[in-house]
Design a protein around this ligand. Structure first.
Ligand code: HEM
Ligand SMILES: N[C@@H](CC(=O)c1ccccc1NC=O)C(=O)O
Length: 293
């Protein structure tokens, strides 16, 4: 006799056992012959890439925080480079979607600082000697993002000289026109008075702010209806720089609360260096035009 023959049937709305639900839903449970979640996402590689060097409990937090940041940066670069190409090809609706995503990723990175700020100075000090001379200053993806956003500085190529593959990527980002360079070229093609030396130039040189470029943006912002897509582009650039400034600020504040004014493992003055980075302006005329509106 079936052992469950006398078990009363459950009422239709009574809670069911989790195993029953899985069976009733007919979820696939055998992955010996087909691709699983972990296979698709290569989780063996990703989740076995955490190798703490110290006995400190907090090193796992430090590693995961940086690895997740690098993953978000990977997506950000993917979106930024594609958006820059779309601006060059005058496919602005596509570019806007990607640039909105870049801002959201940046916001994600800003919020992530709250996790790291649970690490106190004694906790970080326990693991810091194990970092030796490694530092976020040497992040190739971060440098590509700075270059793609126009903050060009050839000195920042040097930490990658020992890795030909990474150097080639960072160098390509240094040589390419930035998102802002492509935005100005677009303004020029639309007949706005962008000076010739901002339409064609040596893109490896740092961007120089110009009154004429500000005047061109002013035409856009004084008549948004007439230049609706350029106006939207200007505001997308504003969103990105706004979020990036918040990231820089949260970085320097987290660093100050964790190591005070100690020198950085990357050799810079630490907080003094990061504070200088707060003065970087990526899209200067986008900000200065507002005074004249
Ligand atoms: C306790 C946490 C952290 C401390 C104490 C810290 C400290 C520092 C210091 C002192 C520098 C200056 C370079 C140097 O001399 O080392 C720096 C640069 C940098 N850090 Fe961090 N950092 C922390 C967390 C992070 C995180 C979570 C990220 C995210 C990826 C990050 C990314 C960077 C980048 C990209 C730079 C280069 C910035 C630039 O050149 O403008 N840092 N950090
Ligand atoms: N520059 C930091 C070390 C540091 O933060 C770091 C070291 C290795 C890998 C990532 C790091 N994060 C950001 O700079 C320090 O001076 O303590």
């Amino acid at each position: 006799m079936c052992p469950h023959a006398h078990t009363p049937a459950p009422a239709p709305d009574s809670p069911r056992l989790p195993e029953t639900i899985v069976h009733e839903e007919r979820a696939q449970l055998d992955f010996s012959q087909s691709m699983s979640y972990g296979d698709y996402l290569h989780l063996d590689e990703v989740l076995n890439a955490q190798h703490p060097l110290s006995p400190a409990h907090d090193e796992m937090l430090f590693i995961v925080q940086h690895q997740t940041s690098e993953l978000w940066m990977k997506l950000m670069l993917h979106e930024l480079t594609a958006a820059t190409r779309c601006v060059a090809a005058e496919q602005l609706p596509d570019a806007f979607k990607m640039l909105a995503r870049v801002s959201r990723i940046m916001e994600q990175l800003v919020s992530a600082w709250t996790v790291l700020s649970t690490m106190t100075p004694p906790e970080y000090t326990a693991m810091r000697p194990y970092l030796a001379s490694s530092s976020g200053f040497q992040s190739a993806q971060y440098r590509c993002i700075e270059f793609a956003l126009g903050n060009k500085n050839p000195a920042m190529l040097k930490p990658h000289a020992h890795r030909a593959d990474l150097l080639a990527q960072v160098e390509a980002a240094w040589r390419a026109p930035s998102l802002y360079d492509e935005a100005l070229r677009l303004l020029a093609r639309r007949g706005l008075p962008v000076p010739a030396d901002h339409v064609e130039r040596d893109w490896t040189l740092p961007y120089q702010a110009s009154d004429e470029v500000q005047a061109a943006w002013l035409q856009v912002y004084r008549d948004p209806r007439q230049h609706w897509d350029l106006y939207q582009l200007g505001e997308k650039l504003t969103d990105i720089e706004d979020a990036f400034r918040l990231w820089r600020f949260r970085h320097v504040t987290t660093v100050e609360r964790v190591i005070g004014f100690k020198r950085g493992t990357g050799g810079t003055g630490g907080v003094s260096y990061l504070r200088k980075m707060l003065d970087v302006v990526l899209f200067p005329e986008i900000w200065t035009l507002r005074t004249d509106l």
